[in-house]
Ligand binder design. Structure first.
Ligand code: ADP
Length: 475
């Protein structure tokens, strides 16, 4: 089967969060399973782009209203990622360091989608499946079906995978003329609440909708930032598939970003060495349990609860714990977390920013990872933590509910129900007691490290959906 994944992120070319990890791994395992898989992302000015070689395989020009943008399609020369990686180069729009956050993001991602389809429809072969990811690629299923210029690929089956339904890519009908020409009878597919909503377009027009965990699929029926009713109507073509993790990249026995590698058998001393390294770097005490947080500092991640929860937990357990935070996001949260350093130096520290190497070291050297998320479509951190022998402390929501079971129920972590300072601190207190009960603690660590979250099994579920929609006849 020939499969295209089209996405705004793909690790290691461009990563902001879990979307990149998934699009960087799922295609590799689909390829290994015998399919021809190609990944298409915008050509940002990233380290990976600068350090690797590409060849131009196509070029053209797209129209976005009255703007003309020349574009090229660049292929990574070696296929070393385990799939073919293609970059859509539109210099004016993407030759910038960041993935998102620009005023013209709507123009950027519409141009990306149009250029990608121009190229795919100009190729000699027609793919079997186009798997879109999140709202940045949500207009593709509509364009394939209805834009005149994509007539050649109009029967290609499409899937939209929802990694985060909070972000939807809204824009006004004043920008309708950006889209390639189509029969206006179909304009209703674009509309949601009087605007064009890219994610809703994808959900309406794709042949199948997947979410990144089964629990998240249930939750979006009553909490989806305005799309609840739409999700209910497409339930029959929707499926929740729990993400896997790339166990070749995330392997504590080979991970080059660690200070000391270790296996399940050697996790005690191995983790301690990594912990000592982090504690030295951040002025913490390696004899105490280390609680860490890694992620985007926003309300959806419970980032706003972290300053108060950290202060309370530290004042209650001042002699007993260390807390370390790695993340960036909301400026107010960043500043509150930075200020806490003054009150709790020696037991608390924070690194504001994005640092892949440090994240790996923290997964390895921490005892507990905090995930007090309000919304967590899947969450990868808890799965990385489990594999690295770090016990996750999570709020039961979305994929966290599907992957972490409280140790009181013979599980692999610590769970609480409310996104509140009180619940977080209660869980930290339970963790401190667990840390002292070494026999039980080690049993839970081993249970986590031996859980199979690999992509092999998950990848099959995607293929089953692809086969199902390929066999379906269009009504
Ligand atoms: P989301 O995609 O919602 O941000 P996920 O849990 O799905 O959350 O994925 C987060 C990914 O991003 C993980 O690989 C995590 O290690 C990484 N990550 C998040 N913030 C940082 C950071 N500040 N530095 C390094 N890695 C980070």
């Amino acid at each position: 089967m020939e499969i295209f994944h089209i996405s705004a992120e793909c690790y290691p070319m461009a990563k902001v969060g879990g979307l990149a990890d998934v699009v960087g791994a799922l295609p590799k395992y689909q390829n290994k399973a015998g399919h021809q898989v190609r990944v298409v992302v915008p050509c940002y000015d990233t380290k990976f782009k600068k350090e690797n070689e590409f060849e131009c395989v196509h070029w053209g020009e797209i129209k976005l209203g009255s703007f003309d943008f020349p574009f090229s399609v660049l292929k990574e020369k070696t296929d070393k990622l385990g799939y073919e990686l293609y970059l859509i180069e539109i210099k004016e729009l993407f030759d910038r360091p960041n993935v998102y956050g620009y005023e013209d993001d709507i123009e950027r991602f519409l141009s990306f989608q149009i250029a990608a389809l121009d190229w795919i429809s100009a190729r000699a072969t027609v793919p079997d499946i186009i798997n879109c990811h999140d709202h940045h690629t949500g207009v593709i299923p509509f364009l394939i079906k209805y834009a005149y210029k994509y007539d050649k690929i109009k029967n290609v089956k499409t899937v939209i995978t929802i990694h985060n339904g909070l972000y939807q890519g809204w824009f006004g009908f004043d920008k309708l003329h950006y889209l390639p020409e189509f029969d206006l009878i179909h304009v209703g597919f674009l509309e949601w609440n009087n605007a064009i909503n890219s994610l809703a377009v994808g959900i309406k027009c794709a042949h199948a909708v997947t979410t990144v965990s089964p629990s998240y699929l249930n939750e979006i029926n009553y909490s989806a930032n305005g799309l609840e009713e739409l999700f209910k109507t497409v339930r029959s073509k929707s499926q929740g598939i729990l993400n896997g993790i790339d166990i070749e990249i995330w392997d504590p026995s080979t991970d080059k970003m660690l200070y000391e590698n270790y296996t399940t058998k050697t996790s005690g001393p191995g983790k301690q060495k990594n912990k000592e390294k982090i504690c030295e770097q951040f002025d913490l005490d390696p004899a105490k349990p280390l609680f860490s947080f890694i992620g985007r500092l926003f309300e959806e991640k419970g980032g706003d609860l972290l300053p108060q929860a950290s202060a309370l937990a530290l004042s209650e357990n001042f002699e007993n714990i260390n807390i370390l935070i790695l993340g960036s996001g909301n400026a107010e949260i960043e500043s509150q977390l930075t200020q806490l350093r003054n009150d709790y130096s020696g037991n608390y520290n924070v690194f504001i920013g994005y640092n892949e190497e440090l994240a790996h070291l923290i997964y390895a050297g921490s005892d507990f990872i905090l995930m007090p998320s309000r919304v967590e479509p899947c969450g990868l951190n808890q799965m990385y933590a489990l594999r690295y022998g770090t016990v996750p402390i999570v709020r039961r929501t979305g994929g966290l509910r599907d992957t972490v079971i409280d140790f009181g129920d013979d599980g692999n972590g610590i769970c609480h129900d409310q996104a509140s300072v009180g619940d977080i601190c209660y869980s930290i207190n339970r963790a401190v007691k667990l840390y002292d009960d070494k026999v039980n603690f080690n049993k839970i660590i081993e249970r986590g490290m031996t859980t199979d979250h690999s992509w092999e099994r998950v990848c099959e579920e995607y293929i089953k959906i692809y086969n199902l929609i390929i066999q379906q006849n269009e009504v």
